[in-house]
Ligand binder design. Structure first.
Ligand code: FES
Length: 608
C-alpha cells in the first residue's frame, strides 16, 4: 500500500496518506473528525492532537505560535500543520458532545394538516369472474381517489404484499401519489422528522404525523465542522477541493441519518414509516444539504442557487427513511438569511404581532428581522464565532466543562455546564463575564482591561489578584486550575472579539430600525431566537449594549424557534405556504451596501 500509514485513536482508523498530506487532511480522508475551526488555515489553534508514535516534521511557525513548550514536550501538534516523516499514531481528543445542553423543545403537540395519509384496504380477491390487474384492484379499493403517480418499485411490491397478507393492506398516499403499500392495518404509523441544520449542530425532531405529537429530539455536532467552523470555510472547501461539495453533503447526510436512527430506536419505530422530512438551515447549509454549490454565496453579490421551497424524494438525497418519503426544504430569504430564519419567524408568529417586533438569532451570523406596519425587514450581520466560543482564547462550545454563567461581586462565582471542572468558556459565559467585568470597573467603556496599577485600592483585593499581565496582554482569571490544566481566563483579545460581535449585531438592529423609520423605544417585543439566546442572561446582553436600548421587560428568549418552525412546517401544508409567504414578503437589507453601517458599528463598539 502506497503512502504513509496513519492510525487514528481512539477510533482505531487507519489510512495510507499521501506524503504531502497533513494529519488533518489524512483524518478527513479517514472519516475521523478533528475540530478545525478555521478549516486548516492555521488561525484558530483548535486542531490539537497528540502524537503517540512516529517522527514528525519540524514545528511550523503557526504551531510555535499556538503551542507552549510543555505542549510540544507532551507531543501535542496542530493537525492542520503537522506531517510525519514516516508512519504516525495519533490520538484525537474526545469531541465535545454537542448535546450536553438539552435541546429545548417548546412544542409537544402541533396542528396537523399533512397530505401524507394512510388508508386501510380489504381488497376483493381475484376469481374467475374478476381478472382485474393488482394495480387496478388496489386503485379501485381507494374509491375514486386520483392516483397519478406510482413508482415501479411500489408496483413490484404489490403482488406479494396482497397475497401474503390476505389482500389486507394499507396504502400510503401523498396527494395523488401512491408512496407505498404496507402489510395489514398500519394506519396509526406515519412519522416525520424535522431537521434544523446548523453550521455547528444538527438537531432532529421526530413527529407522529397521525397525532401531531412531537415524540423526541436528538442532536449531533455537524460533521462538516472538521472542514471549518463557519460558512465561509465550508464554501471555500466545497469550491476549492476536489469532491469538496460531495464530501460536505455526505457529512451532513451522515449526521442526519445517525439522528434518524437514534430517534427511531428511542421511540421503537421503523425508519421505513418515516414518510416526510422537513429541513431548515442557513442558506449555505441548505445548499450543501441538497448538494448544490454555494460558491456564488462566497462573494458579493451573494447569489443563491435557489430560494423557493423545494420538495425532493428522500431517495435522491441518501436519507435513510422510506425510499419515497418527501424531503421539504423550506425557502430562503437571501444569501445569509436562510430557511432557519424563515422557520423561526413562522414559529414566533412575527407577522401576527401587534406593534413593531424584532427577532434576533444570535450566532456566527446574527440574523435580524423586524416587522412594522405590515412590512417585514431582514438583515444578516457577520458577528463572527465569538458567541459560539470560537476565536476566544479558552473558548469552547456550550458543552460539559464550559463556564456558562459568571457573577462578580467581591469574588467570582461561576456556573459550569454539567457541574464539571471548568475547562473553558462558552458564549453565554463570555458575555456574562465581560458584562460583570465592565460593571466592576475592570474593563472600561472602551473595552480596555485595566492593569493592576490602575486599580490599586479601587476594587476588592481578591479581584485585583486575578488580574495579570502576560506576553499576549492583560487577562483576568475566572477559575484557578488545581490540576495541570491552564487557568480559565478572559483575555484582552477576547474582549475585543466580543466587542466586534456585539457591535455587528447592534449595528444591524439599528439599521433595520432606521429602515422602518422607528426607534428602539417603539418596539413592543424583542425575541431572542436560538439556543444561545435562551441560555444567555438578558441583563448581560442589555448591559453590554448588544441590543438597541429597550426595556428588559420586552425581551423574551424563544428557544430553538427554527427547530420549532421546522416542526410546524413538517406537520402542516398551510404552515409551509405561510413560510413561503414570509420569505417572499421580506425586504432584505444588505448591510454591506449601507454606508451608515460602519458608523453604526463604530458607535456600538463601546460598553455604554
Ligand atoms: S489552526 Fe488548525 S484548523 Fe485552525
Amino acid at each position: 500500500m502506497a503512502g504513509r500509514k496513519i492510525i487514528f485513536h481512539p477510533e482505531e482508523k487507519t489510512i495510507f496518506a499521501d506524503e504531502a498530506n497533513t494529519v488533518l487532511e489524512a483524518s478527513q480522508k479517514a472519516g475521523v473528525s478533528i475540530e478545525a475551526t478555521c478549516g486548516g488555515r492555521g488561525t484558530c489553534g483548535k486542531c490539537r492532537v497528540s502524537i503517540l508514535h512516529g517522527q514528525r516534521e519540524p514545528l511550523t511557525k503557526v504551531e510555535e505560535n499556538f503551542l507552549s513548550a510543555q505542549d510540544v514536550e507532551k507531543g501535542i501538534a496542530l493537525a492542520c500543520q503537522c506531517r510525519g516523516y514516516g508512519d504516525l499514531e495519533i490520538l484525537v481528543p474526545e469531541k465535545e458532545n454537542g448535546s450536553s445542553r438539552k435541546v429545548i423543545l417548546e412544542t409537544k403537540t402541533v396542528p396537523l394538516d399533512t397530505d401524507v395519509k394512510k388508508e386501510y384496504l380489504e381488497l376483493e380477491k381475484p376469481h374467475i369472474h374478476d381478472f382485474r390487474p393488482d394495480e387496478k384492484r388496489l386503485i379501485d379499493a381507494l374509491k375514486g381517489k386520483q392516483i397519478n403517480s406510482l413508482q415501479l418499485d411500489v408496483l413490484s411490491s404489490i403482488p406479494s404484499f396482497l397475497r401474503e397478507n390476505d389482500f389486507r393492506v394499507t396504502a400510503v398516499l401523498a396527494g395523488s401519489e401512491l408512496l407505498a403499500v404496507e402489510a395489514g392495518d398500519t394506519r396509526n404509523k406515519i412519522y416525520g422528522v424535522a431537521f434544523d441544520i446548523g453550521t455547528t449542530t444538527v438537531v432532529g425532531y421526530l413527529l407522529d404525523l397521525c397525532q401531531g405529537l412531537v415524540l423526541g429530539a436528538a442532536s449531533r455536532t455537524n460533521k462538516q465542522s472538521s472542514y471549518g467552523a463557519d460558512v465561509i470555510s465550508r464554501i471555500q472547501f466545497s469550491d476549492e477541493q476536489v469532491n469538496g461539495l460531495k464530501c460536505l453533503q455526505e457529512n451532513v447526510m451522515d449526521v442526519a441519518n445517525e439522528i434518524i436512527q437514534e430517534l427511531a430506536q428511542q421511540n421503537g419505530i421503523d425508519t421505513e414509516t418515516v414518510y416526510q422530512v422537513s429541513v431548515v438551515g442557513n442558506t449555505v447549509m441548505s445548499h450543501l444539504f441538497l448538494g448544490l454549490s454555494p460558491a456564488a454565496l462566497g462573494k458579493s453579490p451573494f447569489i443563491q442557487v435557489f430560494s423557493s421551497m423545494k420538495v425532493i424524494p428522500a431517495k435522491n438525497l441518501g436519507l435513510k427513511v422510506n425510499y419515497h418519503a418527501k424531503v421539504i426544504v423550506l425557502p430562503n430569504i437571501a444569501g445569509y438569511v436562510g430557511s432557519d430564519t424563515v422557520a423561526a419567524l413562522l414559529a414566533v408568529g412575527i407577522d401576527k404581532n401587534t406593534g413593531p417586533a424584532m427577532m434576533i438569532d444570535l450566532g456566527t451570523n446574527g440574523e435580524i428581522a423586524l416587522t412594522c406596519e405590515g412590512k417585514l425587514y431582514t438583515c444578516s450581520t457577520a458577528a463572527g464565532p465569538a458567541f459560539e466560543g470560537a476565536h476566544i482564547y479558552q473558548g469552547m462550545r456550550a458543552t460539559e466543562g464550559a463556564i456558562e454563567k459568571v457573577r462578580i461581586d467581591k469574588t467570582v462565582n461561576i456556573s459550569v455546564i454539567g457541574n464539571a471542572v471548568p475547562s473553558g468558556i462558552c458564549g453565554s459565559g463570555l458575555i456574562d463575564g465581560i458584562s460583570e467585568l465592565v460593571k466592576s470597573g475592570i474593563i472600561n467603556k472602551n473595552g480596555r482591561m485595566l492593569p493592576q496599577k490602575d486599580l490599586d485600592g479601587k476594587i476588592p483585593e481578591e479581584l485585583w489578584h486575578r488580574l495579570r499581565m502576560r506576553d499576549s496582554g492583560q487577562e483576568f482569571v475566572l477559575h484557578y486550575s488545581s490540576t495541570k490544566q491552564e487557568d480559565v481566563v478572559i483575555t484582552q483579545r477576547d474582549v475585543r472579539e466580543l466587542q466586534m460581535a456585539k457591535a455587528a449585531v447592534r449595528a444591524g438592529a439599528e439599521i433595520l430600525l432606521k429602515e422602518a423609520g422607528i426607534e428602539a423605544k417603539d418596539l413592543n417585543t424583542v425575541k431572542l431566537a436560538g439556543a444561545f439566546g435562551s441560555f444567555v442572561r438578558k441583563e448581560s446582553i442589555l448591559s453590554i449594549g448588544l441590543l438597541p436600548r429597550v426595556d428588559g421587560q420586552i425581551v423574551y428568549p424563544v428557544g430553538n424557534a427554527a427547530g420549532e418552525g421546522a416542526i410546524l412546517a413538517l406537520a402542516s401544508e398551510e404552515k409551509r405556504q405561510h413560510a413561503e409567504y414570509l420569505a417572499r414578503k421580506a425586504t432584505h437589507v444588505e448591510l454591506s451596501l449601507r454606508p451608515d453601517f460602519h458608523t453604526a458599528f463604530r458607535d456600538a463598539c463601546a460598553f455604554v
